[in-house]
Ligand binder design. Structure first.
Ligand code: PLP
Ligand code: ZN
Length: 414
């Protein structure tokens, strides 16, 4: 693979180190050669306008002037993620005693989680950078998204997951074909293995490892959509699940870009984070007032968030503290309870990550960290059909009866 080929990555101009600021040409690199800090895409924003965005397709490519992708990206085969619904949750707001509440429901993406966004951008950049295989270590949803996107693009995929993954996510990955490996270890073990393979196979794009700077930018589209769907303005508060922490930091980056570009009015907003207690290294660091995140061994039903050593943990702490937010964590029982509450109140079946986020929102309200009078958005990042086992014990039919009116009457349901 050539390091020097001309890159058509649209408005992207360079990669800059988040720690020391060193700048690099766009290419297949992800760590600073000076300090090993993570690299982040920088842009020429001169093409960006509301008019160009609004004239774009009803998916993430409407924001292509803000993403590291070729300008003709909408014409190349991809899974067309994004522009998921923003649901006004009045029933839930009333139950919780909140004035204005919205759910950004990312279960509506092509493989039913927010991961289609990051994979869409990673795929478009990886092709331009000359990679031949789309790969990843995954806690499940990323595996779904990579396998599907590679299938549609007509290229090979290679995905690696912990072998104790939910059965639903195994099937919904395998169905797309491609190379699919289950590994006897936790996500952090799988991630380490993937980094080793990436070091050897230099035409394999591990979306969240060696093309991570491009991949991560895909999460900005959640922030753009929330602002556009609110009529080009920012909410006062947003509650975001944390796995590696990328999504949270990029929603914050999106809001900052929109302010800087004058696409929304400049106003303060607060970013809140959500974790499962069984894997809450960032919440623990926040509560202890630490700047560093101490890795943990995950033990939670919220497997899509079970990253014990989150790559973007310190940047999450920065964003949350800078905006005046907070980070909360909830038990597995609270996760299940919140999945049920969202379903009963709004008719939205979220996966365990959605339960973590709503559960944390409820705790943040109870502690007074979240203002019930301010406009609040929370993310439902995946579909409940992918984590059925979590709710199966509490989601059951009302009765089982013989097919007679008499049996129905005796069941006492009216
Ligand atoms: C991956 C994932 C997240 C968050 O991921 P980050 O690594 O923090 O960007 C949130 N929800 C679901 C359902 C996910 O699969
Ligand atoms: Zn550096």
């Amino acid at each position: 693979m050539s390091q020097n080929a001309a890159r058509n990555l649209g408005p992207a101009t360079a990669l800059a180190c988040r720690e020391c600021g060193e700048s690099y040409d766009l290419g297949p690199r992800y760590a600073c050669e000076q300090c090993f800090g993570p690299l982040e895409v920088t842009y020429d924003y001169s093409q960006v306008s509301r008019e160009r965005i609004e004239a774009g397709p009803q998916n993430i490519w409407r924001y292509r002037d803000l993403l590291p992708v070729p300008s003709n990206v909408a014409e190349t085969p991809n899974t067309e993620p994004g522009f998921t619904r923003l649901v006004r949750a009045d029933n839930l707001a009333e139950t919780l005693g909140v004035r204005t509440l919205w759910v950004k429901d990312d279960s509506g993406n092509p493989t039913h989680s927010f991961k289609d966004r990051v994979v869409g951008v990673a795929l478009a950049a990886a092709r331009e950078l000359g990679f031949k295989v789309l790969a990843c270590p995954s806690t499940g949803n990323l595996a779904n998204a990579v396998a599907a996107a590679a299938a549609r693009a007509g290229i090979r995929s290679a995905v690696f997951v912990p072998s104790d993954l939910e059965q639903q996510k195994i099937v919904t990955t395998a169905v797309y074909g491609g190379t699919f490996v289950t590994v006897d270890g936790n996500y952090d073990d799988v991630n380490r293995l993937a980094s080793e393979i990436a070091g050897e196979q230099d035409d394999w794009a591990f979306v969240n490892v060696n093309v991570r700077p491009y991949y991560a930018e895909g999460s900005k589209t959640i922030g753009y959509e929330v602002a556009e769907q609110l009529g080009w303005r920012l909410p006062d508060q947003i509650v975001v699940p944390i796995a590696s922490g990328s999504q949270l930091t990029k929603i914050d980056k999106a809001f900052q870009e929109l302010i800087r570009l004058g696409l929304v009015e400049d106003k303060p907003y607060k970013v809140f984070g959500a974790q499962a207690t069984g894997c809450s290294p960032v919440a623990a660091a926040f509560k202890a007032g630490h700047d560093v995140v101490r890795p943990v061994k995950p033990d939670t039903i919220a497997k899509s968030l079970a990253i014990g050593n989150p790559a973007d943990g310190p940047y999450v702490l920065d964003a949350v503290r800078r905006t005046g937010g907070a980070i909360e964590d909830v038990s597995d029982d609270e996760v299940v309870d919140s999945i049920g509450l969202l379903a009963r109140a709004e008719g939205i079946f979220g996966e365990t990550a959605g339960g973590v986020t709503l559960g944390s929102l409820r705790k943040l309200l109870a502690s007074g960290a979240l203002d019930p009078g301010a406009e609040t958005v929370f993310i439902n990042s995946g579909d409940g059909l992918k984590t059925l086992d979590a709710v199966a014990p509490v989601a059951k039919p009302s009765a089982n009866i013989a097919p007679t009116f008499d049996a129905f009457r005796k069941a006492g349901l009216v």
